[in-house]
Design a protein around this ligand. Structure first.
Ligand code: GDP
Length: 292
């Protein structure tokens, strides 16, 4: 999607070389290229418009720095603006002890895997995590979390494996005065958003009053991911996102759109199937990746 953007941009700027200023005429072709690339990468059209307007404003009449060519200068402006739109790096909120992190998202997004990945990361940082398997909808989700828990040596609570509300309440009793300081709850998704799932999640949220509600979205699902992020956020007031499968072809357009539509931060990026394949979200890294 963004492959070769830089190359195309340098072509568009060929006519510019040697001149000291970027003008409207000069950047027309470059803007067209960037616009197309962003739209192809599933960036919401409103975001594209705002982005382009801002880039134009900043680029026009800008003196090209002595050390940069006009295309490098333009790319610097693009990158700075991308970073601004994606927002600051945002930490996990863990105010209470134990803190509760509720994982939500559609089936297949990587929710269960991400729950274990976050537990593993926190453990490495000296926390005492505890996992709760409350995804009673997807067959095998509970056993999957038990297996992952064993691998990273974090206990997994699963109660009767049937009733998510009972499982959540049972887990709360288990962790009381136990010394575990962060409890991560895997909840049930669906292939598509439905009312049954949403009301179950709202009920769990009301019981937990969690420090974090992290919605997991699959970067490969493009605009669908953005639409479901919006719906989940409207119902649950999520605190942040985990964007998975960024090891695939997806270049990050989803991240830009989700931030724009929900105004909530992306906190983690999933970069593979292995338990270590989780990165904190650094806007600079994603901006570089988007620009290729
Ligand atoms: P859930 O239904 O949302 O709980 O989804 P799972 O956690 O079972 O993940 C669905 C599939 O996506 C599994 O095969 C995972 O290994 C895979 N997966 C999860 N996160 C990532 C990621 O960041 N990159 C890749 N390549 N695969 C992932």
């Amino acid at each position: 999607m963004f492959e070769g953007l830089q190359e195309k941009l340098s072509k568009a700027f060929k006519s510019l070389s040697g001149k000291g200023k970027i003008t409207e005429k000069n950047i027309k072709e470059a803007i067209r290229i960037v616009k197309l690339s962003l739209l192809e990468a599933d960036v919401n059209y409103k975001v594209v418009k705002e982005f382009i307007d801002e880039v134009k404003k900043k680029a026009l009449g800008e003196e090209v720095l002595r050390s940069l060519t006009p295309d490098q200068m333009f790319i610097k402006i693009l990158k700075d603006e991308l970073i601004r739109l994606m927002g600051e790096k945002s930490q996990l909120q863990m105010i209470h002890s134990p803190s509760y992190i509720m994982m939500v998202g559609l089936q297949g997004s990587g929710k269960t895997t991400s729950a274990a990945k976050i537990a593993n990361l926190l453990k490495k940082r000296g926390r005492k995590p505890y996992l709760v398997a409350a995804d009673t909808y997807r067959p095998a989700a509970i056993d999957q979390l038990i297996t992952l828990g064993k691998r990273i040596d974090v206990p997994v609570y699963y109660g009767d494996k049937k009733n998510p509300i009972k499982i959540v309440k049972g887990a709360l009793k288990e962790v009381k005065d136990s010394g575990y300081d962060v409890v991560i709850f895997d909840t049930a998704g669906r292939l598509h958003i439905d009312e049954e799932m949403m009301s179950e999640l709202v009920e769990i949220k009301d019981i937990l009053n969690p420090d974090e509600i992290l919605m997991v979205v699959d970067a490969m699902t493009g605009q669908d991911a953005v639409n479901s992020a919006k719906t989940f956020d409207e119902r649950l007031d999520v605190t942040g996102f985990v964007v998975t499968k960024m090891d695939g072809d997806a270049r990050g357009g989803v991240i830009l759109s989700i931030r724009y539509v929900t105004q909530k931060p992306v906190k983690f990026i999933g970069t593979g199937e292995k338990i270590e394949d989780l990165e904190e979200f650094y806007p600079e890294r994603i901006a570089s990746r988007i620009l290729g």
